[in-house]
Design a binder for this molecule. Structure first.
Ligand code: BES
Ligand code: ZN
Length: 461
């Protein structure tokens, strides 16, 4: 049977697959920092060249931001039954660099005492290792059988980690070219290293930067201290006011559109073998900090949050400076669930802040993107095929799980292209994505490739 031959080839060629992944990992495609724009372009070029080499018609498409890669196999004729695969080639910044045990852009394989291996580099899990599982699966099918079992379009984005600003306009402008029966996304995780999962919900994300200005210049706190308003204090108070003592968000209207879990989902989640102590313990914590009347799994998968991701204000360099700064700012993000409306929420947040700004101070907002939460319908046909393929590969039934993270494009696929998405990924909670020493399990990479090979086979049925 051809699937068996494809899987055997994947096993045989694993070292070459790794070499290709390493080449991609060496490109520092940090999307949020303009200094790395050329590297983002280089990663897009590299991917397009790889896909062309496989026989895809691939091109790098410029956007206002970093380019997209679009590739078809075979060339579109408008009639075929096709799937769209999405991944992102951009990565998060690497700071703090001193906490890395090796160069983030010089990938290496580390072997544990038990013989298990992991790939260590920025982007190993998020998302270069993951997107390459699909590319390598496609490679094996083409090499072994002369083609893919189902027609495929690939879309690689370079701005996922920085808000996907170009995505909406790009999808709109290229809707006919990108539209497919379903979308496949490899940017999520497994339940544990032996148990695959399909994510059926993603939280939405709103990112807002707020800047409070008090005096028209920085002041000496010996001269003005006591009389002049300190914007650090104003902002800190506002940020502290965002939660009540029970961990609930206090912005008026915040919980509108947030549904309670259905009995079925609640039962299913309660049946999962999840330990809050272990989950927090792996990062050196033990006290759940969210809404005190919710389980930890509910907190991370099904409840909306507000987080302060960064605070800037006053003197933060070495030594000390007795300054009353003129400005203070914070980067604040909201994770959304259910039907919470990003626009309404942004307004409510602005009102909340404005109401707390003293008369002689001012506030400005800068939006870095807003996307709603998403649920994948349980009866979607691709979901059933994904389940079968994953069960065959891993020998255990895949779990249907929620995902606390956000992937802005998945909502856009539904809204702009009317497509359902299959969210299958092989990341683990301890992969340290966005953190120093990011890693991807070798088993995730290897069995991830095999899983996609099987899913492609299933999709042809
Ligand atoms: N791969 C992640 C999303 C994710 C996180 C999936 C955790 C599963 C578990 C994705 O690349 C990501 O980090 N997204 C950002 C979105 C953003 C910067 C616009 C996020 O969720 O913060
Ligand atoms: Zn990602």
């Amino acid at each position: 049977m051809s699937l068996d031959a494809v899987l055997a080839r994947i096993d045989r060629d694993l070292d070459q697959s790794l070499e290709r992944l390493f080449a991609l990992l060496r490109i520092p495609s940090i999307s949020t920092d303009p200094a790395y724009a050329d590297n983002c372009r280089a990663a897009a070029d590299w991917l397009a060249a790889e896909l062309s080499g496989l026989g895809f018609s691939a091109s790098v498409r410029p956007t206002e931001g970093h380019p997209m890669v679009v590739a078809h196999y075979p060339e579109r004729d408008g009639t075929d039954n096709r799937v769209l695969f999405y991944g992102h080639y951009d990565v998060q910044p690497v700071d703090p660099l001193e906490l890395w045990q090796s160069d983030p852009f010089e990938p290496r394989i580390a072997t544990r005492d038990d013989g298990s291996k992991m790939i260590v580099a920025r982007g190993a899990a998020d998302d270069k290792g993951q997107l390459m599982t699909f590319v390598e699966a496609a490679r094996a099918w083409i090499a072994e059988t002369g083609g893919l079992p189902v027609a495929v379009t690939i879309l690689f984005e370079g701005e996922e980690e920085s808000g996907s600003k170009s995505l909406g306009p790009f999808l709109e402008a290229n809707a006919d070219e990108l539209k497919a029966g379903a979308a496949l996304v490899c940017d999520t995780g497994m339940w544990d290293k032996d148990t695959p999962a399909i994510s059926t919900s993603l939280r939405g994300l709103v990112t807002e930067e707020v800047t409070v200005t008090a005096a028209d210049k920085d002041l000496h706190s010996g001269l003005f201290g006591g009389a002049a308003r300190n914007p650090n204090h104003v902002l800190a108070k506002i940020l502290a006011d965002l939660h009540d003592a029970g961990g609930r968000v206090t912005v008026p209207g915040f919980y509108e559109g947030v549904a309670e879990l259905s009995d079925e989902v609640r039962r299913q989640w309660e049946g999962l073998d999840f330990s809050a102590e272990e989950f927090l313990g792996q990062v050196g914590l033990k006290l759940p900090a969210g809404e005190s009347d919710r389980s930890v799994l509910e907190q991370i998968w099904a409840r909306p949050t507000v987080e302060v991701n960064g605070m800037i204000g006053g003197y933060t360099g070495a030594g000390f400076k007795t300054v009353i700064p003129s400005k203070a700012s914070a980067k604040v993000s909201f994770r959304l669930v259910g039907d919470q409306d990003p626009k309404t929420l942004v307004e409510a947040f602005h009102d909340f802040v404005r109401a707390r700004i003293p008369e002689d101070c001012s506030v400005e907002f800068e939006s870095h993107g807003a996307s709603p939460a998403l649920r994948i319908p349980a009866d979607s046909p691709v979901l059933a095929k994904g389940k079968t393929a994953l069960q065959d590969e891993w020998g255990v039934e895949p779990l249907m799980i929620g995902m606390g993270g956000s992937i802005p494009i998945v909502g856009a696929f539904r809204e702009r292209l009317g497509m359902d998405t299959l969210l299958v990924g092989f990341g683990l909670d301890d992969d340290r994505i966005h953190s120093p020493n990011e890693k991807y399990e070798m088993s995730s990479f290897h069995k991830g490739i095999r899983s996609w090979a099987r899913i492609l086979g299933e999709l042809a049925n």
